[in-house]
Design a protein around this ligand. Structure first.
Ligand code: HEM
Ligand code: PLO
Length: 494
């Protein structure tokens, strides 16, 4: 490819000295914060070496949109890493799999399966509302006995059951041992996966490759057994005329490919091997659980820190929905303040602060900078969402910034906002996640006031960096609002 501009490379961090200084630096900051700070010295877009790989860090929205949208196809690749290869059997999934016809095909199947649920008789909305109902009953029970609750396992189970319905047409009861095992392996994976690509320049991540790899392998093997079990059950009960869930949709594609082509090789080459199916459904299941749960946990933390925000959402709910029925998806347009709050949570604590690394598939460019094929590109979403030039008081939690001046509708305050990414690699679950966030939060806030248990300090706003940015553990006191005291939550919904 010819460049019409000078073949100028982005400013580069001095390789050895930086590693040297980083080694002696025990930064208290997580990678996304530190990479944001480095732009003061090197500019908004700069490059550095991670081990033997050249990596470009993008900290501003114009370059980010060039990478994701304008030259999206040039940057649609994914790098391989030891840990993601363990998780995905060498990239046979969607999120960590490189750009290929297989990848495109699997995205299409998942997309189609998710759309199907929008219309079907058991719509996503019904599934989510069913889970919101049982979540609220558990909060009521805890409230009646005056207990403060760690919401995390309850939120996780509600969210898991939604994605479990979509993927496997199944769900978990409280205390189900398979669910407990899932909680455990998934946390082990979140704590270890995808860290290896950063560890070269962030020695304070304190990864001990062997201990971490052992934990990862062990967790992945538990997960794989669960996936295999679901797969075998579905295969045994498969019926060409009834598509119950995502796994059925994937099986149907596989079986129809097998009928058209007699050789095993062709099924492998279009990416419909058993491995590919397992890894794709594993991605959707994993992403479906960890992302939405994390956002809900952050949302509750901010609602506890900002009781005035909570009250305003409740006033909006009281006047637009009332107390005689539960919120439904069609209320979304009438609850702009809740919508604005969700957007602000996704801004201030992005689920994936560095997205997933991208790779240049050919020689290309970002702005005036030349980029060689094979270069890795990290979009620092944290920088975009906390850019002082784009956001007034970026550290301040202020849902009002997403409202128009009358407070009646939404406002886009800055183009520097990409919580779900953009372009070819845009999140596949955006619509689902938004439905869940809206319904779970509206159901909870219609019925309860959330606060910190008496005598305890406010939950930390500090995130723990990993493949998702998780909050620390905390407890909540859920107090039924007038009219929603014990028992009445089930009354109203009927
Ligand atoms: C990818 C955000 C929920 C499935 C991504 C990416 C982000 C993101 C930032 C990476 C984009 C990139 O690398 O350029 C979020 C947020 C969520 C959420 C903020 C919740 C609020 C979900 C859910 C699902 C899902 C519920 C499953 C249904 C995926 C998949 C990818 C992805 C499969 C990989 C796409 C690819 O590489 O082609 N998401 N996500 N996400 N997300 Fe989500
Ligand atoms: C979460 C732990 C699961 O056990 C496995 C898994 C699969 C897909 C991953 C997800 C984890 C974390 C969040 C990811 C998702 C794919 C897309 C999503 C990385 C590791 C995001 C936010 O990009």
């Amino acid at each position: 490819k010819m460049f019409t501009f000078g073949p100028q490379e982005p400013p580069h961090l001095p390789a050895l000295p930086v590693i040297g200084s980083l080694l002696s630096l025990r930064s208290p900051h997580p990678p996304h914060v530190y990479l944001k700070q480095l732009q003061d010295k090197y500019g908004q877009t700069y490059s550095l070496m991670m081990g033997s790989h050249s990596v470009i860090i993008v900290n501003q929205h114009i370059h980010a949109k060039e990478v994701l949208l304008k030259r999206g196809k040039d940057f649609a690749g994914r790098p391989r890493s030891v840990t993601t290869d363990i998780l995905t059997r060498g990239g046979k999934d969607i999120a960590f799999g490189n750009y290929s016809s297989t990848w495109r095909f699997h995205r299409k199947i998942v997309h189609g399966a998710l759309c199907m649920f929008g219309e079907g008789s058991i719509s996503i909305e019904n599934i989510i509302c069913g889970e919101a109902q049982s979540l609220c009953s558990i909060l009521s029970e805890a409230a009646a006995s005056g207990r403060a609750l760690d919401l995390s396992p309850e939120l996780t189970r509600a969210v898991t059951n939604v994605i479990c319905s979509l993927c496997f047409n199944s769900s978990y009861r409280r205390g189900d041992p398979e669910f407990e095992a899932m909680l455990h392996y998934s946390q082990g994976i979140v704590d270890t996966v995808a860290k290896d690509s950063l560890v070269d320049i962030f020695p304070w991540l304190q990864i001990f490759p062997n201990a971490d790899l052992r934990l990862l392998r062990q967790c992945v093997s538990v997960r794989d057994k669960l996936l295999q079990k679901k797969y075998d059950e579905h295969k045994a009960n498969y019926n060409d005329h009834v598509q119950r869930d995502l796994l059925d949709a994937l099986l149907r594609a596989k079986l129809s490919a097998e009928n058209n082509n007699t050789t095993e090789i062709s099924v492998e080459s279009v990416g419909l091997s058993e491995d590919h199916l397992l890894m794709t459904v594993g991605d959707i299941f994993g992403a479906g659980v960890e992302t939405t749960t994390t956002v809900l946990k952050w949302a509750v933390i901010y609602l506890i820190h900002y009781p005035q925000v909570q009250r305003r959402i409740q006033e909006e709910l009281d006047s637009k929905v009332g107390a005689d029925r539960s919120p439904q998806l069609s209320d979304r347009g009438r609850l702009p303040y809740l919508e604005a709050t969700i957007r602000e949570v996704l801004r201030i604590r992005p689920v994936a602060p560095l997205l997933i690394p991208h790779v240049a598939l050919s020689d290309t460019s970002i702005g005036d900078f030349a980029v060689r094929k094979g270069t890795r590109v990290i979009i620092n979403l944290w920088s975009l969402h906390h850019d002082e030039r784009e956001w007034r008081n970026p550290e301040l939690f202020d849902p009002g910034r997403f409202l128009n001046s009358e407070g009646t509708g939404m406002n886009i305050p800055s183009p520097s906002y990409l919580p779900f990414g953009a372009g070819l690699r845009v999140c596949l679950g955006e619509a689902l996640a938004k439905m869940e966030l809206f319904l779970f939060l509206s159901w909870i806030l219609q019925r309860f006031n959330l606060s910190v248990p008496s005598g305890q300090s406010l939950p930390s706003l500090e995130g723990k960096f990993g493949v998702v940015l998780q909050p620390a553990k905390y407890k909540v006191h859920a107090m039924p609002r007038p009219g929603w005291e014990t028992g009445s939550s089930t009354w109203h919904a009927e």
